[in-house]
Design a protein around this ligand. Structure first.
Ligand SMILES: [Fe+2]
Ligand SMILES: [Fe+2]
Length: 120
């Protein structure tokens, strides 16, 4: 998977999945990662990122359950792995860690979230 990572790191229409609540949360995830990238030593920004990531995954997983989405189990596992990784981080974040998070979100939305379009 190798989707282009926007620079500056801001959500754009190419990430739209057509559920307004999810698109709004995705914008917040971009901003949270952007903020961490600008202040890698700020533990508050990192804990905010963990909070919004956890809340967003819960939103999607609730929608999967409500729609009986067939890929819910595998998608939920991918969420859990990333959330565990984020929760295990501490400030200051390395450039590699910031790059990993930026790449992960881009590729998760375009490679995985996009599969539920029209199914939730
Ligand atoms: Fe998502
Ligand atoms: Fe997701």
């Amino acid at each position: 998977m190798g989707f282009d990572v926007p620079e500056p790191y801001v959500w754009d229409e190419s990430f739209r999945v057509n559920y307004d609540n999810i698109d709004t949360e995705h914008q917040g995830l971009f901003k949270a990662i952007f903020d961490c990238s600008k202040a890698p030593g700020d533990g508050g920004k990192l804990s905010h990122l963990a909070t919004v990531v956890g809340a967003h995954f819960a939103t999607e997983e609730k929608m999967f359950a409500a729609a009986n989405y067939s890929d819910a189990a595998s998608h939920t596992k991918v969420h859990a792995d990333f959330l565990a990784k984020v929760k295990g981080l501490s400030a200051p974040l390395s450039d590699d860690t910031v790059a990993f998070a930026k790449n992960w979100l881009v590729n998760h939305i375009k490679g995985t979230d996009t599969k539920y379009k029209g199914k939730l």
